[in-house]
Design a protein around this ligand. Structure first.
Ligand code: SAH
Ligand code: SF4
Ligand code: F3S
Length: 469
């Protein structure tokens, strides 16, 4: 099947279902507007999907609440990346069971990555039979239809987990912020890192057409959005399978040519596909932030090979050195997995060495979590949890020192930052640098939503203090 065949516009029929649902809830609730509670687990991709679910719920006539006790509809958008992500969602479902006892009409929806696993689907059916609708990551664009079918008759349950790799377009979106936005450029992942569940639950890589991305981006800039993140599990393989020959750096060039006062960010970049061309585009651009999140996962070549990451540390460092030569004020962040099966303490020390060499501004660190069905889950893992915890603490301590030093080197510098929000407790404004570091400045409410110049006056561990110039 060519990609053109699987691109799917938000079907007019879906809007028809939304209208039908609106009529049903008007009949059921009268003048009262029913409320939906949406809880998101996992990565930015899920945050972005939840904004689409909220867009569709809003079209159906629901308003939103932050309290699950207050809700008429509860939607959990789940994540399967590590065991604890799954446990959090299942634990919360246990709570819903109690609410449902006193509120039998409560409509419960489970969607997201967890639901694409057969064993989880079985578990939901067996342990949480009160769930009304389960909808997989591939079927989100048909949400109103399945919602309608399950809602019409509250006791009829629907479990839908299709394997079609679609590229949904024009879904209604209710964005959480008026300043920062996500734009998906591609879905799915073809990399099959040996520890990772994402390719199994999100399907194969498929890219959106550049014209659709650019249209959405222009619309955001015209509506005043200032910080826009392009999303994909591996944005650097953008373009694969499209009729038009286009790669990610070229997409960035086209977006960068849109006039306006805004920043472009993107995540995530797989190091094997991060090319010199990518760093050249960043250094030549008007709008791309001087920050790159480049997950290295670990600092040892044997483990990287077992992880199926397809690069070694020498290549990774060569790319970083090139990037720093082109973009001297570049900030780097990364993801690290500690305790991959069979990782020795000596091999773990290579990760410590690597982070000291690269000097990331911050790290997302995880203890390896076996995912059923992935190749790594079959590798013998003799290292116990206490040793892995010791290693991650050592990693965090080493990183703390690096972040602290990097931040203290910024004191005395002038920076352009985006004033994002008022911190009600501290009474200061939270700003963000181009390199994604937070800066607190004294309260000047009027600057929120704008880029402003600040002088960095002091530093904390991973953040900065400044004042308006
Ligand atoms: N596509 C992105 C990230 C996807 S998931 C990338 O390739 O970088 C985000 C992070 O979760 C990964 O970078 C990895 O560090 C971590 N992760 C993925 N699977 C994991 C597992 N089984 N156990 C622990 N951490 C994991
Ligand atoms: Fe998972 Fe690897 Fe794909 Fe990232 S690139 S989503 S870590 S398989
Ligand atoms: Fe989790 Fe799915 Fe993202 S597994 S990390 S929500 S792609």
């Amino acid at each position: 099947m060519s990609l053109n065949e699987i691109i799917c516009k938000y079907d007019i029929n879906q809007t028809k279902y939304s209208i039908k649902i609106k009529e049903i809830i008007k009949h059921k609730f009268g003048e009262k507007i029913p409320k939906a509670f949406v809880k998101t687990y996992g990565c930015q991709q899920n945050v972005s999907d939840s904004e689409k679910y909220k867009g569709m719920l809003s079209q159906m006539g629901f308003s939103f609440t932050d309290s699950q006790n207050d809700a008429d509809v509860i939607l959990f958008n789940t994540c399967a990346i590590r065991e604890n992500a799954e446990n959090k969602a299942l634990g919360n479902l246990g709570w819903i069971k109690n609410i449902k006892k006193s509120k039998p009409d409560l409509f419960v929806i489970i969607c997201g990555c967890m639901t694409e696993q057969e064993n989880i689907l079985e578990k939901i059916k067996a342990v949480y039979p009160f769930v009304n609708l389960v909808i997989g990551t591939h079927s989100a664009h048909k949400f109103p239809e399945f919602f309608y079918k399950a809602y019409q008759k509250i006791h009829k349950k629907i479990y839908i987990s299709e394997k079609a790799d679609v590229v949904p377009e024009e879904l209604p979106i209710k964005r959480d912020s008026k300043l920062k936005a996500f734009v998906s450029v591609m879905y799915g992942c073809d990399n099959f890192c040996s520890y990772c569940i994402v390719p199994y639950v999100r399907g194969r890589e498929r890219s959106r057409k550049p014209e659709n991305i650019i249209e959405e981006f222009k619309c955001l800039v015209n509506s005043g959005y200032k910080d826009i993140t392009l999303l994909g599990q591996n944005v650097n393989s953008y373009g694969k399978g499209l009729e038009e020959k286009i790669n990610f750096p070229e997409l960035l060039r086209r977006i960068d040519s849109i006039d306006g006062d805004y920043k472009i960010r993107f995540m995530t970049s797989h190091p094997k596909d991060a090319t010199h061309e990518l760093f050249d585009v960043i250094s030549e651009s008007r709008h791309i932030a001087h920050h790159i999140h480049l997950p290295v996962q670990c600092g040892n070549d044997r483990i990287l090979k077992l992880m199926n990451r397809k690069y070694d540390i020498k290549t990774y460092l060569e790319k970083i050195n090139y990037a720093k030569s082109k973009i001297p004020d570049l900030t780097l962040t990364s993801d690290i997995i500690v305790g991959f099966p069979g990782e020795t303490y000596e091999e773990f020390k290579d990760t410590l060495e690597l982070i000291k060499k690269v000097k990331f501004s911050s790290l997302f660190t995880f203890i390896y979590s076996p995912r059923s069905g992935t190749p790594a889950a079959k590798i013998p893992d003799p290292t116990g949890k206490p040793e892995k915890t010791k290693r991650i603490l050592e990693l965090l301590k080493t990183q703390e020192e690096i972040s602290k030093n990097l931040c203290s080197e910024m004191v005395g510098k002038k920076m352009r930052v985006l004033a994002e929000s008022l911190e009600p407790k501290g009474g200061y404004i939270m700003c963000r640098t181009d390199g994604n570091i937070t800066v607190q400045i004294p309260n000047h409410k009027e600057i929120i939503g704008n880029f402003v110049d600040v002088m960095i006056t002091d530093s904390r561990n991973e953040s900065l203090i400044g004042k308006l110039i």
